[in-house]
Design a protein around this ligand. Sequence first.
Ligand SMILES: Cc1ncc(C[n+]2csc(CCOP(=O)(O)OP(=O)(O)O)c2C)c(N)n1
Ligand code: SF4
Ligand SMILES: [Mg+2]
Length: 243
Amino acid sequence: MNIKFKPSEAIIDVKNHYCPGCTHGIINNIIGEVLEELNILNKSIGIASVGCSVLMYDYLNCDFISASHGRAPAVATAVSRLLKDRVVFTYQGDGDLAAIGMSEIIHAALRGENIVVIFINNCTYGMTGGQMAPTTLKGQITETTPYGREVDSHGPPVKVCELLETIEGIRYLERVSTHNVREVMKAKKAIKKAFEYVKNGEGFSFVEILSICPTNWRKNIYDSLKWVEENMVKEFELKVFKD
Ligand SMILES: Cc1ncc(C[n+]2csc(CCOP(=O)(O)OP(=O)(O)O)c2C)c(N)n1
Ligand code: SF4
Ligand SMILES: [Mg+2]
């Protein structure tokens, strides 16, 4: 038979729990494809964080450990130091990484740990019902900012890549998006680069990915993607910060 397309072996053929249209699913798939293309599926260990992606260990065919909220970089540090032949990655939301886990990520970067960090910025705490996250945009309405985020009382949105850019030990730092197919392809390229660097022992590699949460943003999928393009990309510039 002439096979035109075969799903990646890295992706387990089960129904996932993500809301329809949620870009977590797309990003999970991209990571699976990258692990297969780099032939590192059997040596990769994912550290799942707390958030909507907590169950991603059910979707990818590699080893996984679940970390408590915000602590994935610490768990990844231990695993990558002990098992040097493995490729260790974390997958963390903005509540997980930029709120409760902010000190973890800064110190893992300062130590230049040989890990991949995939940071999903959807401007909200998705899993718990859409509260304000550190990355929530100015004026954005959430469950806890019914009149919109006010800089005077809540501070401005945290720009994680810009914060990390000042740190010397980082091998690779890029912000990408998922709001159209071209951006998804760029996101895959960035993820692949990050995994290649860590596979080669070159050090801390971080990819921030702008992502949608149609359920808590109370928008349909099309309007959510448009909202990323028209609002998120203006606040969170898409670029390579370090390579
Ligand atoms: C120590 C601790 N504090 C708070 C929570 C509740 N909690 C679960 S998920 C979450 C935020 C998830 O948001 P994010 O990391 O942005 O992931 P998303 O669901 O948006 O992908 C919070 C605060 C928890 N599980 N553990
Ligand atoms: S709540 Fe938001 S982030 Fe979570 S699965 Fe649904 S759309 Fe995705
Ligand atoms: Mg989030």
